[in-house]
Design a protein around this ligand. Structure first.
Ligand code: UDP
Length: 477
């Protein structure tokens, strides 16, 4: 059924449709807002579950009221209401449970949309949106929220397998170089591939799903990536050999901050779009700490840790020469019922003088706070970009998806961080924190500040409450 979009005098209507995961919503809602600022009519299609949380924990309605053509619509994510939506849930549930229901609901929204949708910007992981768009004759652009390097690695998995470079043969083989991903021959190791590539069974259903979605992304009318040419130029060129219409429009958070600041005098902490209640008390704690004296520790919205890993991490932080701000998301510590929460309370009490623990932090504001000197991160792409733009060096503890390859780029290509590899051991944590925050502080601060200044130079962002950007402040020291 072809929709009638003839002789329009109205602004084009774009529907933005993210995968129902915090990191994806984060960057896609920013893209949607940038388009609304540019005058497009916007529908942001969220899952019921995530929208409820978004409304509960953010002043989202008031913020988006300023765009007369902006609306939120919600559909099911296909999961039962009581599903915890935590851990590695989504890859296992995607094809059988989530996709059929989401596809049906998307179709319904598009068919009933008034005015009709002129263009879909779909999450590149939601390949079924392409089928619906084609059926209804609506142009579709895919947006891959992960890094270009990760996209390129996912795309190349069949070639890596064909060249006999996968599967990985045991733990001693993990540092072997992979030579069949063009542009990454000199630095990509087996351990930098997504963890599902560590399976001996290369016929694994998750590998197949990820490759399928990635290759499908290139069948859309165009592909958008959240990066800048200056940051990822060589890999973008490789992707363009497969799809000429690839646009680097990021880092989106910085692009949006620039525009909101110019238009409304607002800084990044005016609006948040998180699915947890933000604990801003950590900013008051940071205000009392000396410049660049605190390491911020947070592992994003999906990862979980065992009680043992959390304790190793905590002892490492406690024994280091630095204060810390640690985020432990509710239900993110795996243990018997209530055990995870108990251990967090205990750590909070025991480390009062050395650190501050919150459930969820205003991350952009934290990373741009003068007291922060480093970021201990899982290297989700949003977190990585937020750290790069703020000029903050990283300690990388990647867990899955794009995080390992992002970690490799941070530590080996940009040289603005250290790779903790797979082991969370208190001695290693202590050493890495001391390296980044004390012993090699100036070296890392300089390289992080240079990347922020030179590679992100198109972003003329000035956080108003800091007067000048962190990168500039550091460069002047
Ligand atoms: N985030 C936040 N507060 C926290 C932890 C994370 O606001 O305490 C935000 C962070 O700024 C980032 C997003 O959550 O924008 C996490 O996305 P990312 O791609 O880094 O990781 P994911 O959650 O997808 O693994």
């Amino acid at each position: 059924m072809e929709q009638d979009r003839s002789s329009q005098s109205r602004p084009p209507h774009v529907l933005v449709f993210p995968l129902p995961i915090q990191g994806h919503i984060n960057s896609m809602i920013k893209l949607a807002e940038l388009l609304a600022i540019a005058g497009f009519k916007l529908t942001f299609l969220n899952s019921h579950h995530n929208h409820e949380r978004l409304v509960k924990f953010n002043n989202i309605a008031a913020h988006f009221e300023r765009y007369s053509g902006f609306q939120f619509k919600t559909i099911t994510d296909g999961l039962p209401l009581d599903h915890p939506r935590s851990g590695n849930w989504f890859l296992d549930m995607f094809e059988d449970t989530m996709e059929p229901k989401m596809k049906e609901s998307l179709r319904e929204v598009l068919v009933n949309s008034s005015p009709p949708v002129d263009c879909i910007i779909g999450d590149g992981f939601l390949g079924f949106a392409l089928d619906v768009a084609k059926e209804l004759g609506i142009p579709i652009i895919f947006f891959r929220t992960s890094s270009p390097c990760c996209f390129w690695v996912y795309y190349s998995i069949p070639d890596i397998i064909q060249a006999g470079e996968l599967p990985i043969n045991g733990s001693e083989d993990i540092d072997r170089l992979i030579t069949t991903v063009p542009g990454m021959e000199t630095y990509l190791r087996c351990r930098d591939l997504p963890t599902f590539c560590r399976k001996l069974d290369i016929e694994d259903s998750i590998i197949k799903l990820v490759v399928k979605q990635t290759r499908k992304s290139l069948q859309a009318d165009a592909l958008i990536l959240n990066t800048a040419e200056e940051l990822d130029g060589p890999i973008l060129s490789q992707i363009r050999t497969k799809c000429p219409r690839v646009y680097a429009v990021g880092p989106l958070h910085a692009q949006l901050n620039t525009r909101l600041n110019a238009k409304h005098g607002e800084s990044y902490d005016h609006i948040s779009n998180t699915l947890w209640e933000v604990d801003k008390s950590c900013i008051f704690w940071l205000n009392k700490q000396p410049n660049r004296s605190v390491i911020y520790v947070s592992f994003g919205s999906i990862t979980s840790t065992s009680r043992e890993q959390l304790l190793e991490l905590w002892y490492g932080l406690l024994n280091s020469k630095t204060k810390f701000l640690l985020v432990v998301r509710p239900n993110s510590v795996i243990g018997k019922d209530g055990e995870g929460e108990d251990v967090v309370m205990e750590l909070m009490e025991k480390s009062k003088d050395r650190g501050y623990i919150v459930n969820w932090a205003p991350q952009e504001a934290v990373l741009n706070h003068p007291a922060i000197g480093g970021f201990f991160t899982h290297n989700g792409w949003n977190s990585t970009l937020e750290s790069v733009v703020a000029g903050v060096p990283m300690i990388c503890w990647p867990q899955f998806a794009d995080q390992h390859v992002n970690c490799r780029v941070v530590s080996e290509v940009w040289k603005i961080g250290l790779d903790m590899k797979d082991v969370c051991d208190s001695k290693i944590v202590e050493k890495m924190v001391n390296d980044v925050m004390v012993d090699r502080k100036e070296e890392f601060a300089k390289s992080a500040s240079e990347i922020a200044k030179e590679k992100i130079k198109m972003v003329q962002w000035r956080p108003i409450h800091l007067k000048r950007s962190r990168a500039e402040t550091r460069a002047r020291r």
